[in-house]
Design a protein around this ligand. Sequence first.
Ligand code: SAM
Length: 199
Amino acid sequence: AYRARSAFKLLEINDDWNQFLEQPDVKAVVDLGAAPGGWSQVVADKLAWGRGTIIAVDLLPIEPIYGVQTIKADFMVDSTTRRIRELLCNPENPKGKADVILSDMAANVSGNVAHDIEASLEICEAVFDFASKNLRSAQSVGRRKGGVLLVKFFAHPLLDQFRDERLKPNFNQVHYIKPDSSRATSREGYFLCQGWDPL
Ligand code: SAM
């Protein structure tokens, strides 16, 4: 059983898009905003047991999940990204890069709509910045594809600009996703960005 309904969103996106979580070259996954742990459970199921590195980060505690390392911290502070990098770099993953970065992070609803809208774009920017430093990049040798970023967003006036200036130039494919399992009226959606291939 999954801990959160959101697990079904990830399963749906994975099924619709080429089973990107189940590709044989996926061995290191970072799950940002992971509590209570539904997405991490899905990732742990999809990666064969004992294969790979799964790192889950949240402000809130996450009950243990077999095969998942958890960090309870604020992603928006530098020391957290340092800790993630330390865990990414291990004997099984010597290059220290993530093959997939997931972010389901949502700013806590403050009651102040303008503040929440602003915070949502800040989170996307911070996730992109982290991805740009830590995602496996494409290599012509062996035609290896670049890594995958799946990031939640909320409607924001500058979101199109973020997509066109940050995501589209640096990934082979960028898709806007509105999963069926997310309520039709909500302003949230996801960008699935495949093939990190920075300019
Ligand atoms: N994907 C999760 C699952 O399947 O269980 C659900 C994630 S929930 C929609 C969003 C999470 O983002 C919350 O648990 C919240 O604590 C976390 N979050 C929001 N801002 C954060 C931040 N700055 N650092 C770490 N986690 C954050």
